[in-house]
Design a protein around this ligand. Structure first.
Ligand SMILES: Nc1ncnc2c1ncn2[C@@H]1O[C@H](COP(=O)(O)OP(=O)(O)OP(=O)(O)O)[C@@H](O)[C@H]1O
Length: 612
């Protein structure tokens, strides 16, 4: 939008009283602007300044152009120039044709606009409604032999919001393109939000909008994103059961989806370097651009590097960790999987600095500023949030508890208030602000533990068995949120998550450390390679195996290596495991199986299937 041209137009083409009236009647203006416009003693220039400041914000500018075109059809041409190349001039051309009484031309234009297929489902829906409104209005006008002003206004109002939404998308296309090219995460999140909107999943769209705002926007925009998320939540609870929406409700819903998309674009456009947005949280150079090396270090240098860790709780006692190695990169989730007593909790306690290892190398390249021979544990611990399996309880009301916790982490004042509000909304806890520990389900208690960890602005999350006692839906909900937050957050954090729920964790993890029952490692690497490793070799074993044999095999080849299929047992092992080694373990209890064969190359391997 050409703001300077609009300034000239407002000053020279409109009499002061007319300017006041147009601004006072502009439905999308904020209350302050409308009140000023109604003040007959106010200064005209100052009013124009105020108006332009409001119109430049968000996507109100194009909506105002439509509004003005409807009031002053003679200004259509200069307004088109002000709007620039976007869908908005089309929309306000229709408005001005209607206003000038050229209904047939307005209808033609509107139909053209609808055919042009604007980019979002919300826009298309809104245009359909506008066409329907126009037809109804024409019919009514024909019957009454006199056009109805109210009908005309209704169509203009609707076009105003379409124009706002469409131009929010096309006016900023260049900026959005630039931001997405420089920072693919912004572009990716925008695409994801659009996809949720297309599926009319407003709540998921709003949650991802919160992630986008947390990463790229300042507190005011985050507040706006929180408001939209609250509205989307109310909508979901009202309409989740698939009730039909009334026409008025449809409009409200469309407005909400459009507002989500418009704010998304505002944030993404602001994420472009040089736009004044926050775009990254890395240190900035003199010109306000992120320092590339600092950003690269933050994104790509590991948070944890551990090699050959070993641990015994007491001298001469059993070895709990044996030669365990892992590397944790920012924005990744490392799953630590294994059976009962495999050492998962112990490994997390070592990483949290609660337990010293007997041997091995442990370093926190980004968290330990000194990088000396000894780890600076206070510095590291202040950036690590450990959520133990036994969740911490609290006495106060939930929001008070989180405020106090954030305060204890050094987050004070507005930042404290904003962080608590943000995480309560993001994790679906906002309507439980006043709840106490005992009033929450286990699933919500797990979410509170996550919120508490996140308000402290950690770089590393260590989460022990978060899925225990959650039903499958709650497990999926929690893991999906964790995945989204770790991928997108401005904290640039990583998570190490332990669980016995191997398939669930694998679905969201980047890397896996699979612990054997003896504390050794049966797999360490990318999830993508895990399947490959498991595919190594497949053996079919006759009959059911006794518990002792199952335990022996699981200890050697890791949890999940065995599946019972009808009258046979299938065993999956790495490629490097010999037939002889497997047979030895099968026979160690003195009862060799009735038969045993390698079916790796046979179609029978299909019987492994997805079913555990
Ligand atoms: N404080 C301790 N003192 C002595 N032994 C311990 C201690 N904590 C754990 N162990 C032992 O270390 C081994 C590993 O325990 P750990 O809790 O790390 O395993 P885990 O994989 O988390 O098991 P689970 O899934 O049952 O929680 C177990 O044999 C356990 O008995």
């Amino acid at each position: 939008m050409n703001v300077e041209l609009l300034r000239v137009l407002l000053r020279d083409a409109l009499a002061p009283e007319e300017l006041r009236r147009v601004l006072a009647e502009f439905p999308a203006a904020d209350g302050v602007l409308r009140a000023r416009a109604r003040d007959p003693a106010g200064d005209g220039e100052a009013l124009i300044d105020d108006a332009l400041a409001v119109l430049e914000r968000g996507s109100l500018g194009p909506a105002f152009l439509v509004h003005l075109a409807a009031a002053r059809p003679d200004l259509a041409e200069p307004l088109r120039e002000v709007a620039g190349p976007s869908g908005a001039p089309e929309a306000f051309a229709v408005a001005s044709l209607l206003s000038a009484g050229q209904d047939a031309a307005a209808e033609r234009k509107l139909t053209e606009l609808e055919r042009a297929r604007p980019s979002t489902a919300g826009d298309r829906h809104e245009l359909n409604l506008a066409v329907a409104d126009l037809h109804r209005w024409q019919r009514e006008a024909g019957e009454r032999a006199e056009p109805s002003e109210a009908g005309r206004d209704a169509i203009t109002r609707r076009l105003t919001s379409v124009a706002a939404s469409m131009s929010a998308r096309s006016l900023d296309a260049a900026e959005i393109g630039e931001a997405a090219a420089v920072h693919p995460e912004a572009g990716r999140l925008r695409e994801e939000i659009e996809a949720h909107v297309r599926r009319a999943d407003g709540k998921r769209a709003a949650l991802r909008l919160l992630d986008l705002a947390e990463r790229f926007a300042g507190p005011a925009v985050r507040r706006r994103a929180i408001e939209l998320s609250v509205r989307a939540g109310i909508w979901r609870s009202r309409h989740v059961l698939g009730g039909r929406l009334e026409v008025g409700e449809q409009r409200e819903w469309t407005d909400l989806l459009q507002a989500i998309l418009a704010l998304t674009d505002d944030i993404v456009a602001g994420a472009a370097p040089g736009s004044g947005g926050l775009w990254l949280t890395a240190p900035l150079d003199g010109a306000g651009r992120p320092v590339p090396e600092a950003e690269a270090a933050r994104e790509y240098e590991p948070l944890v590097r551990a090699a050959s860790l070993s641990l015994r709780y007491r001298r001469g006692g059993p070895q709990v960790l044996r030669d365990v190695s892992l590397t944790v990169f920012p924005r990744t989730i490392v799953g630590v999987v294994g059976g009962n007593g495999a050492g998962k909790t112990s490994l997390l306690r070592v990483l949290a600095g609660e337990r010293r290892v007997d041997d091995g190398m442990l370093a926190y390249p980004q968290l330990d500023p000194a990088q000396g021979r000894e780890i600076d544990w206070p510095a590291v611990r202040s950036q690590v949030a450990h959520v133990p399996q036994r969740l911490p309880q609290w006495r106060e009301q939930l929001a008070d508890h989180l405020h106090a916790w954030a305060g204890a982490c050094g987050i004070e004042g507005d930042e404290n208030r904003d962080a608590v509000d943000f995480w309560l909304e993001r994790l679906g806890l906002a309507n439980r602000r006043t709840a106490r520990w005992g009033e929450l389900s286990r699933s919500l208690q797990a979410r509170v533990a996550l919120a508490r960890a996140l308000v402290g602005r950690p770089r590393l999350l260590l989460i022990d068995e978060p899925l225990v006692a959650l039903d499958p839906r709650a497990q999926q909900w929690l893991l999906q949120d964790l995945r989204d937050i770790v991928s997108s957050s401005s904290l640039c954090l990583a998570a190490v998550v332990s669980s016995q729920h191997i398939p669930e964790l694998e679905a969201i993890a980047d890397d896996v450390v699979g612990l054997r029952d003896d504390g050794g490692v049966w797999f360490h690497g990318a999830v993508l390679d895990l399947e490959q490793a498991r595919r190594g070799a497949l053996f079919e074993i006759g009959g059911r195996l006794d518990d002792a044999t199952c335990d022996r095999l699981t200890a050697a080849f890791g949890p999940g290596c065995l599946r019972q299929r009808e009258s046979v047992t299938l065993l999956r092992v790495g490629r490097d495991v010999s037939r002889g080694a497997v047979l030895e373990l099968l026979s160690a209890g003195g009862q060799p199986p009735s038969y045993f064969r390698d079916i790796s190359a046979s179609h029978l391997r299909m019987f492994w299937g997805d079913r555990p």
